[in-house]
Design a protein around this ligand. Sequence first.
Ligand code: RP5
Length: 194
Amino acid sequence: MTFTALSSNSTAKPLVGIIMGSTSDWETMDHAAKTLEQLAIPHETRVVSAHRTPDLLFEYATSAEHRGIEVIIAGAGGAAHLPGMTASKTVLPVLGVPVESHALKGLDSLLSIAQMPGGIPVGTLAIGKAGAINAALLAAAILGNKFPEIREALRKFRQAQTAKVLATPDPARGAPGLAKIIAPASKTKRKKRA
Ligand code: RP5
């Protein structure tokens, strides 16, 4: 489902830059991209590694504002320098997504991104998929201060999410096979008691 904000034309100038330390982060960061797509927010995606392509990182961070980017979402795993280093080279808001690492399940990524010394903030989200989705939603909330269409798209997203939960109040209805198995047994029990 798409909650129309700005033109869904893919040639529209990107407002959000999604960067990640490695192509291996895409499985996680794709959730941020998909969420922005649902809200029809123009965005770009790039692999920019803090330790493998540091010059590219500086170039990306220093040019983002002039290119019209308004929020940067940076995902990285392990000793995750990318969000903090990016934030140090731009005054745009940087939202960090800790990618789940193999060795420490993303706790290393989370602490590396969250524990920025005072002076250079990175808005840190949850580890993995939830963090990637929420980074996109938070980017939408930030952009909503300037773009009323994006604020309304976000509002509709929330309303649809609420409606979806309310539409299925009984989780057992999602498992009809199990319900069928249990139902005859309960009927038998009731008959025996009577
Ligand atoms: C970080 O190292 C990346 O953000 C990635 O999460 C992690 C592992 O990278 P690869 O070895 O898979 O390229 O820089």
